[in-house]
Design a protein around this ligand. Sequence first.
Ligand code: SF4
Ligand code: SF4
Length: 435
Amino acid sequence: MKSLFYGGTHPPQKKELCLKTPEPLAAPAILTIPLRQHIGAPCKPLVSVGDLVKAGQKIGDGEGLCVPVHTPVAGIVEDIKEMPYPGGGTVLSVIIRNNFTDVKDNTLTAHPEDTVFSAEELIRIVREAGITGMGGATFPTDVKIRSGIGKVDTLIANGCECEPYITADDLLLRERARDVLRGLRCIASVLEPKRIVIAVENNKKEAIAAVTEALSSFAGMVCLPVPTCYPQGAEKQLIMAVTGREVPSGGLPADAGCAVFNVATLAAVCRAVYEGKPLTERIVTVTGEAVREPKNVIAAIGTPFSALIEAAGGLTEDADKVISGGPMMGIAQNALDAPVTKGTNAVLCLSRKDNREVEHPVCIRCGKCLTVCPIRLQPLNMYLYAEAKNAEELQKLHLNDCIECGCCAYVCPAKLPLTARFKEGKRFLKEETKA
Ligand code: SF4
Ligand code: SF4
């Protein structure tokens, strides 16, 4: 099947390394819960050092574009301090010493299956459960629902998971398709779209079969297999594939009449609504050639990457790099003490032979980057102006429209660190705008 959007690429999938049923991972003795795990303002701590907390208790919250964070375990607040964050740098975090009592906080309510929610009720439940996009973007889900009311005719569940190696969403769909559809039904009840689509890349045959079977008890939804092409799971590319519509430059999916929710996010909505549980755990794929026994685990938010790698048999001798996320968009880690967050879908361990870095990369003007950019940008020129810190030219080149998919860097024969420069360039533009 031909790709349904411009550009894109076909990196080796490597998903066969890890197609195992997710195993629950015991929560560790010490958990590090970052107070910012979403796009927007950080939470302020609601607890103090020495406080006793219950499993599921809200421990941070804030105003504006912000969702609360909860502790997955009962225990004692040992510290509140800046700690390493998988997205880079440090974030103020609450350190919990697990007391293994499993005493639960029951603030959230489990609702019966036939409950009819008003938009405000559903938005409040989703917010109070601390739900953010779990496909990597970490945008607050309550805000996304609110912004789609009255504007959306097409609601899309994103089960594409197009990044190589990662299988967390695939396994979720295989094993809990019904929960994903229950979450989708809740959101559909307030957005009232004309069309509801569960989009899954056509390389995930078992997931498509599981969704198709579960759909027999959900009216008005369809499963749409889409071509396997990276970055099919990016919102703009998925909207193009499903509706043929283009999200305008600088615009949102709602501007094209669409709302897109990752399937793990929908399963989290289901848990919040029908079980009264906040978002305190998620499926993480621990994989790559440099980990001994790749596996999917259900990990408590706050568990250090080192514990996940240990559960997967540890690193091999030629391990070179550990990445939070996939090989195309993931972020290399300096140390293994960064914790699992709401947006962590994978811990990827690569060996020396997978390392693409070269010491003094030089562009050979082959033009390949231009042919794969799904946003039709000019990666080469953007790279030159990002290196030169030229804000005016970067704006003219629409750097901020770059979705950081990594296609250009992947095909670049000179191995220029294009995406890394674009991330730096965006930060630079933000600072320039502020100044
Ligand atoms: S990282 Fe940005 S510039 Fe490169 S292909 Fe993706 S969208 Fe285009
Ligand atoms: S793909 Fe790399 S080498 Fe080729 S034009 Fe683009 S930046 Fe230059």
